[in-house]
Design a protein around this ligand. Structure first.
Ligand code: ADP
Length: 499
């Protein structure tokens, strides 16, 4: 018997999952890492801590499955996107903490770009000009870290996203590790041209990023290299896929055809729709991104609506307000009241992402009366997840002319039955969750398995998708419309807050 291993390096945790030929999980291990918050709007990760967690997760999952590394036909990697780090090719050590996708410190760098530069950047990359993406984070590291500059001058600087850091370490690090990334991760940097699928010289010049420090951009599914036998896998196994987490979820949800879509509910929320092999450019605040590229086949593109704060608002209620002790408690608390009591919570902690793109927004709780309780706030937090999702799904339908009839969902929050019912009510469409809800890890496994012939083709994978849960709208149109109007009003209250 052989299996596929999948490393899922997320914003809050790292897990390794082992899948069999039917796509069933036969072992897994997951570990959290620290969120380092040095200043308001700043979020960092310790890249060495993530590498340690990665090794522990791999060892733990192999143990749990009762297999050894050489039982794996290949491993795939999927990762939190945009999070950026710099390390030194000689020492193998990070030169600074990784700057996480949620971090807004680099807005001032982007403010210095001219309108022409911004226009060119948006057209070539399909992205909005936002600190969310890796480009300005790389620039910040070069401007603010003497160590990063010294490595650049010495020719040992390596800049990259989390996938590159992990492939480099898994393939031996200073003992011959390779510096690669894939088209999906590279499409989130503000530096890759969507048409050529390569770093764009003009964009590198605008942000003054040295090409020599960047990874080689490859497809999402191919054998890049082998794992280092001295590493946690313990033998030579092909590393055969790299996909940004949201794109991996598209593959895991078998969204291979034009028009297929899914929404992932995690720290943030991400709705993507496959637009086929042509680049669909957005006029409604969505991003154009690479969906996947399987080996030599043409890339598929996607339109994406990213919402920065959904699950992390639940973490905030847990960690900062202490009104719940674990994320899942929110469901019981919110169920103890019939409605939100007029309370709306807009968690614009780091501004608003799609489709608004307002970095001047900050969070607000509005509609408070003397009767408001923590249960109402809990309910408002779950509704905020669903209303923000509605904002992007509406934009997506308007953009593509395709009305989503049933939305495929995945991610941690889809465990929350109340939240999923609210989502069906707020969108007025059916919601469907597959049996394997770890679609991100599954997608990376699928892409790796395709590259080594473990699975024959996408048709074989498509037959593996099975529904486990389904929610139908249960409120009338009038209630749905009035709730959404109130939400939109609440949202306007958060704008123009940061001067
Ligand atoms: P990521 O991959 O982004 O780290 P996950 O898919 O693991 O995220 O989801 C974790 C997020 O979901 C956390 O932000 C957590 O607060 C939230 N979450 C987990 N379980 C629930 C639940 N039952 N109800 C609401 N939110 C939840």
């Amino acid at each position: 018997m052989s299996y596929i291993g999948s490393l899922d390096q997320g914003t809050t945790s790292t897990r390794f999952m082992i899948f069999d030929h039917k796509g069933r999980v036969i072992g897994q291990h997951q570990l959290e890492h620290r969120q380092i918050l040095p200043a308001p709007g700043w979020v960092e990760h310790d890249a060495m801590e993530i590498w340690r967690r990665t090794q522990e997760a791999i060892t733990g999952a192999l143990q749990q499955a009762g297999i050894i590394g050489s039982d794996l036909s290949a491993i795939g990697i999927t990762n939190q996107r945009e999070t950026t780090l710099a390390w030194d090719s000689k020492t193998g050590l990070p030169l600074h903490n990784a700057i996480v996708w949620q971090d807004t410190r680099t807005q001032s760098i982007l403010d210095t770009l001219s309108e022409d530069q911004k226009k060119s950047m948006t057209y070539k990359t399909g992205l909005t000009i936002a600190p969310y993406f890796s480009g300005s984070k790389m620039r910040w590291l070069l401007e603010n870290s003497a160590e990063v500059r010294a490595a650049r001058d010495a020719g040992t600087l390596m800049l990259g996203t989390m996938d590159s850091w992990l492939v480099w370490n898994l393939s031996g690090g200073v003992r011959g590790g390779i510096h690669v990334t894939d088209v999906t991760n590279a499409s989130r940097t503000l530096l890759m041209n969507l048409e050529t699928l390569d770093w764009d010289t003009e964009l590198l010049e605008i942000l003054q990023i040295p090409r020599s420090a960047l990874a080689t951009i490859e497809s999402s599914s191919q054998v890049y290299t082998q794992t280092d036998p001295a590493g946690p896998i313990g033998s030579k196994v092909p590393i055969a896929s790299i996909l940004g987490d949201q794109q991996a979820a598209m593959v895991g949800q078998v969204c291979f055809q034009r028009g297929d879509s899914k929404t992932t509910y995690g720290t943030g929320n991400f709705a993507l729709i496959n637009t086929g092999t042509s680049i669909a450019r957005s006029t409604k605040g969505l991003l154009t991104t690479v969906c996947f590229k399987l080996g030599d086949q043409p890339a598929h593109y996607a339109l994406e609506g990213s919402v920065a704060v959904t699950g992390s608002a639940i973490q905030w209620l847990r960690d900062q307000l202490g009104i719940i002790s674990q994320a899942s408690d929110i469901e019981i608390l919110a169920s103890s009241v019939e409605d939100n009591g007029g309370v709306y919570f807009v968690p614009a902690f780091s501004g608003l992402f799609a489709p608004h793109w307002r970095s001047d927004a900050r969070g607000a709780i509005v509609g408070l009366t003397r009767a408001a309780t923590k249960s109402h706030l809990a309910r408002a937090a779950l509704e905020a997840i669903c209303y923000q999702t509605r904002d992007v799904i509406d934009a997506m339908s308007a953009e593509t002319g395709v009305a989503v009839k049933t939305m495929r969902v995945d991610g941690g929050i889809t465990e929350n039955n109340l939240c999923m019912q609210m989502q069906a009510d707020i969108l007025g469409i059916d919601i469907s969750r597959p049996v394997i809800k770890e679609t991100t890890a599954l997608g990376a496994a699928y892409a790796a398995g395709l590259a080594v012939g473990f699975w024959a083709d996408i048709a074989e994978l498509t037959t593996q998708w099975m529904e486990s849960l389904h929610w139908k709208p249960s409120v009338n149109d009038q209630l749905r419309t009035s709730g959404y109007e109130q939400w939109k009003k609440a949202l306007t209250r958060t704008l123009n807050w940061v001067e």
